[in-house]
Design a protein. Structure first.
Length: 255
């Protein structure tokens, strides 16, 4: 996810009340959830995480543990359709991945040389926020790897599956806020338009998204044909590869 964030981020708790509630649960409750996960202690030792039914390199929200699946819908959203947010997760996870092949959850450098972890969390781009965000994330499931922030950024230890999903949810909430800033009537557009704008916000940040002036004007007029053309005419389209092509094709097919 890009570095630039809107001012709304500074007014939004780093981790919302649902996360705080989870962090305050009793340790016994956490242990029960760990035991219910596939693979148990062996999975944790392998860096998979004990909460999720999901293969660590697969992106399918329908396979997530119900407790994780339930938190994919941000509480701040005007779109409360769980299926929309599951599709959002599937798309972003497909586009970003969870790390280098064979090493899900470990920090790595992306194609631009930016240190990244989880589902596209740009450690470099987040600057000073990264330490806080990742330290909070490590608390999510009791930190079964006993990892520290330095362990994560040096790729000595990974995030668990559970931690990756929670960090994604935190980031997609910010992306949603920025998408609303870019297109205030976002909820009045078709679901695929909403998905496209939120994903672009997640990928590039509000600062870069705001530069798509003609694209924004077309969206305000609900002119999706022109919006698709503006997407294809951008440098983003040539630089971003299959992700941009998929979003362009979605926009082009909206009627």
């Amino acid at each position: 996810m890009g570095r630039c964030r809107s001012k709304i981020y500074s007014m939004t708790p780093k981790f919302d009340n649902l996360t705080r509630q989870y962090l305050n649960e009793k340790d016994e409750s956490r242990r029960k959830w760990l035991k219910r996960g596939i693979g148990g202690a062996a999975a944790l030792a392998a860096g998979v995480g004990g909460y999720s039914l999901l293969s660590p390199e697969t992106c399918d929200a329908s396979q997530l543990d119900p407790k994780l699946r339930a938190i994919l819908t941000p509480k701040i959203s005007q779109n409360n359709n769980p299926q929309f947010w599951e599709n959002m997760f599937n798309h972003v996870c497909w586009a970003e991945g969870k790390g280098k092949r064979g090493k899900p959850g470990y920090a790595y450098k992306d194609s631009r040389g930016k240190l990244t972890i989880g589902i596209g969390y740009n450690i470099t781009g987040h600057g000073n926020d990264a330490m806080y965000d990742l330290q909070e994330t490590l608390r999510i499931d009791g930190n079964p790897h006993s990892a520290t922030y330095n362990d994560l950024i040096s790729s000595r230890k990974p995030l668990t599956e559970h931690q990756m999903v929670w960090l994604y949810r935190h980031e997609v909430s910010i992306a949603y806020n920025n998408a609303i800033k870019f297109l205030p009537d976002l909820s009045k557009h078709p679901d695929n338009v909403q998905l496209i704008i939120i994903d672009m916000s997640y990928n590039m940040g509000i600062g870069t998204l705001k530069k798509f002036v003609l694209f924004q004007k077309a969206l305000v007029n609900h002119d999706y044909v022109t919006a698709a053309k503006e997407m294809k005419n951008s440098r983003w389209y040539t630089q971003t590869g299959r992700r941009a092509r998929k979003l362009h094709d979605l926009m082009q097919n909206i009627r």
